[in-house]
Design a protein. Structure first.
Length: 393
């Protein structure tokens, strides 16, 4: 299975203190040739471009680290593809693909420190990879055999949040807490462009600004909140919303892993230094469906998708690695073998997962138990027993 194919945008930055332009216009890559508000360090052709504000955050990056970022994106995409395939085979109930958003997640995820705390939604598979969460644990939740599958405090990576936008409140509260404790760490909360319209997100912005909370709001603007395009939600670019709350907003090329790494490092350093929150809008594109229950062909055309495939985040970094002589064919061949091994491990692990205890759903509903729950448990037990009785007839 090939591991390369898919999505990006064009260059620089704007802080909350300046108005900037209204950002890229149109869809499917029909943008202004030079958008001054989009931070970009690596063009879709794989060419390194200079940026006076953010170059220093990746100035010391080594060829080995660049290869590591490439490896992260390739393996994350392979894992994601396997999960989609497993769902199509009936092994998972649902899957939310990250296809096309690998650079935003790997770049920002690798910018975090071990003591930082991450609050994801349900699509942050690349960030989970960076935080050391085993991919099979993610699949257990979508298979319905666990409630998340990992201890959040082991990796400082909270469980996936299905309720849209609510994790930003949790992140803000946690950030306010560590600030009171005097901890030298930061919090990062992930959400999408659709969630940016939720009241919980606006409330999070208010509290984080008033209390100067050390939190980074990382919005992956993949341009489609299920079937609704971003322009139906906002009249200005999302990063500019930070201005109204009194903290900086930055738009970064979400298909440029170096830019995402640099901007997120900057924002996290601000947070740790007591300078408060930042909104990072990673301008990217969802190459696949919203989830495996969605059919994107019903609301967007092939022309748009093909335009973004030309700005694929993985191909972009590969071009840079090859042009800079930072990776050879041996590296890519070995990575392909590693990718195949990961796919095999994921398939075998999912199919070997034991079924959950059917009666576990009745546990911990109430701290001290409840008569109605006991009644429902008894009814369910009788229902389950009826299958055994039918088999015995």
């Amino acid at each position: 299975m090939t591991v390369e194919s898919t999505a990006a945008r064009t260059p620089r930055r704007s802080a909350g203190s300046k108005t900037g332009t209204t950002g890229p216009k149109g869809r499917g890559g029909a943008t202004k040739s030079a958008d001054p508000d989009l931070v970009q360090l690596l063009t879709p052709e794989g060419k390194r471009v200079k940026n006076a504000e953010y170059d220093k955050y990746v100035a010391g990056i080594t060829p080995e680290e660049l290869r590591g970022l490439y490896r992260d994106m390739v393996l994350t995409r392979r894992f994601d593809a396997e999960a989609t395939s497993l769902q199509r085979q009936g092994e998972l109930g649902l899957w939310a693909s990250l296809l096309g958003q690998e650079a935003a997640q790997i770049g920002s995820g690798r910018a975090t420190r071990e003591d930082d705390y991450v609050f994801p939604t349900y699509r942050e598979h690349g960030v989970a990879w960076c935080r050391g969460v085993d991919p099979t644990n993610l699949l257990g939740m979508f298979r319905g055999v666990n409630n998340g599958g990992w201890d959040p405090n082991s990796n400082n990576f909270q469980l996936y949040t299905i309720v849209i936008g609510s994790q930003t409140l949790h992140a803000t509260g946690y950030a306010m807490g560590i600030a009171k404790d005097g901890a030298d760490s930061a919090v990062i909360a992930y959400f999408g462009d659709g969630a940016s319209s939720q009241g919980d997100v606006a409330e999070s912005f208010t509290f984080s600004a008033v209390y100067n909370a050390p939190v980074v709001f990382f919005c992956q603007n993949n341009q489609w909140a299920i079937s609704e395009p971003t322009e139906r939600q906002t009249r200005v670019p999302l990063y500019q919303r930070a201005q109204g709350f009194g903290f900086p907003g930055v738009r970064v090329d979400g298909n440029d892993v170096l830019a995402c790494l640099a901007v997120t490092k900057w924002a996290l350093e601000r947070a740790r230094g007591g300078e408060g929150p930042t909104l990072v809008e990673a301008y990217t594109y969802r190459m696949g469906a919203h989830t495996t229950s969605d059919d994107p062909s019903r609301y967007r055309g092939d022309e748009e998708r093909l335009a973004w495939e030309a700005k694929d985040p993985i191909l972009r970094l590969r071009r840079y690695l090859e042009a800079s002589n930072h990776a050879d064919e041996g590296f890519f061949a070995e990575l392909e073998r590693e990718s195949e091994a990961l796919g095999k491990r994921v398939r075998e692990a999912v199919r070997a997962m034991p079924d959950p205890d059917h009666f576990a759903i009745f546990e911990n509903v109430y701290a001290d138990g409840h008569a109605l729950v006991d009644e429902e448990r008894a009814q369910f037990a009788a229902y389950q027993a009826s299958f055994a009785d039918a088999e015995g007839v």
